[in-house]
Design a protein around this ligand. Structure first.
Ligand code: GLY
Ligand code: MN
Ligand code: MN
Length: 404
């Protein structure tokens, strides 16, 4: 198996994006440095070649311009891989090993919703191997990685818990900050400061800080509006720590008190969320779970006067009416990727981590509520990893109105 780091992606002129490591390489090695290669060949004839890591050799020029890079010793310590080489030695080993194997596993992004318009480093590697070794059996690593990454290890849960703890601090801070007249980007700045001062890498994903009707735009992230008296503020914001991502959503009243209607919608979403936590259990198939959530949501929407019972009875099952108010999925795997990999058609298992994130978006009222927590699936019950983050109406109102 050969696994490569991601590219450092260009922007314009000589600009680049911040480096984001390949999730699978990070998962298998803990190495967060560009250009790294990992080679595994468990039955290589020479035991020294069974597990090898190749890292970029640093020099005076790199030290001056980019700063410190991993030494071989550091890479060994961090990865647990004994055989660490400089990148320039890769070709020799690779050539030797390709002459000793008949199959090679290579990686590719097989997330079903990925839109890839550039030729990634891993894709260039695959194309190269195909061209140079056309008689080898080239296999897909992605399904194996998805299977490994579905169930979380204790160390992963440790990093995720820290991301969640920092996220909670950010949320509690903004509860003291939000009031009529603040701008969405000011709330973003509060969060960025809290996250980064606590050693988070930053936001886990582009933060959605959406006041009033902006909350109905599912991927709103311009965050440029003023938060007004009487509106709610939908916050889908979380920290990334040690490359593990939290994923939190809360919807709070800008002036510290929900109106009766806001509260009614809020409580409906919260009931669905609690019910989902009972339903998302080992053995469940996500597609079937999503259908059940749709039924729960339908009855809440009838209760809110948004759907008509008769119309629901006559609805086309292929196009259920609830989708007008709840157009997205309820749960996804969470980990090194926010929408983490996993074979979503297979049953839920103990040790997986999922979000539960129901929402109701009423465009005609300019009103949106989404709530989202992260859960560890357990044998007897799920653990709500965000149980301590305020969610009850009373607690949120109390914290927003406390003297500070
Ligand atoms: N923040 C992305 C999501 O909730 O899926
Ligand atoms: Mn989210
Ligand atoms: Mn989510």
């Amino acid at each position: 198996m050969v696994l490569t780091a991601n590219d450092v992606l260009p922007t314009n002129a000589d600009g680049t994006m911040g480096f984001v490591q390949n999730s699978d390489l990070f998962y298998l090695s803990g190495i967060d440095q560009e250009e790294t290669l990992l080679l595994l060949f468990p039955d290589a004839p020479d035991p020294k070649q069974r597990e090898m890591l190749f890292v970029r050799e640093t020099n005076e020029h790199i030290a001056i311009w980019e700063g410190q890079k991993l030494t071989q010793e550091e890479a060994r310590e961090r990865s647990g891989i004994q055989r660490v080489h400089w990148l320039q030695d890769f070709e020799t080993h690779f050539r030797q090993l390709m002459c000793q194997c008949s199959q090679v596993y290579l990686n590719s992004n097989e997330h079903p919703r990925a839109v890839i318009q550039t030729e990634s480093r891993e894709m260039r590697l695959a194309l190269r191997v195909r061209r140079e070794y056309p008689l080898h059996d080239v296999r897909r690593l992605a399904p194996l990685m998805h299977e490994l990454r579905r169930v979380k290890q204790p160390a992963e849960l440790g990093a995720l818990s820290e991301a969640i703890r920092i996220t909670e601090d950010g949320f509690r801070r903004l509860l003291r900050f939000v009031k009529p007249g603040v701008y969405e980007f000011e709330v973003e700045a509060e969060l960025a400061h809290e996250f980064i001062r606590q050693r988070a890498r930053g936001f886990a994903y582009l933060p959605i800080i959406a006041s009033g009707a902006n909350g109905c735009v599912l991927h709103y992230n311009t965050n440029h509006c003023e938060c007004r008296d009487g509106e709610m503020l939908l916050l889908d914001v979380a920290a990334c720590y040690g490359n593990y991502n939290a994923d939190l959503t809360r919807t709070i009243p800008v002036n510290g008190r929900y109106t009766q209607r806001q509260r009614q919608v809020y409580e409906a979403v919260l009931r669905v969320m609690r019910e989902c936590n009972q339903m998302l259990r080992p053995g469940v198939i996500l597609r079937e779970y999503q259908e059940e959530v749709g039924k729960l949501m339908t009855s809440e929407l009838i209760g809110l006067g948004l759907l008509d019972r008769d119309a629901v009875e006559k609805q086309d099952p292929e196009k259920p009416l609830f989708k007008k108010y709840f157009p997205h999925g309820t749960s996804h795997h969470l980990g090194i990727d926010v929408h983490d990999v996993g074979q979503t058609w297979l049953p839920v298992q103990e040790g997986m981590v999922f979000t539960i994130e129901p929402g109701i978006y009423i465009r005609e009222e300019g009103l949106a509520v989404r709530l989202e927590n992260n859960y560890l699936i357990g044998a007897d019950r799920n653990t709500d990893l965000m149980a301590s983050i305020p969610i009850e109406v009373e607690e949120i109102e109390e914290l927003m109105n406390a003297a500070h």
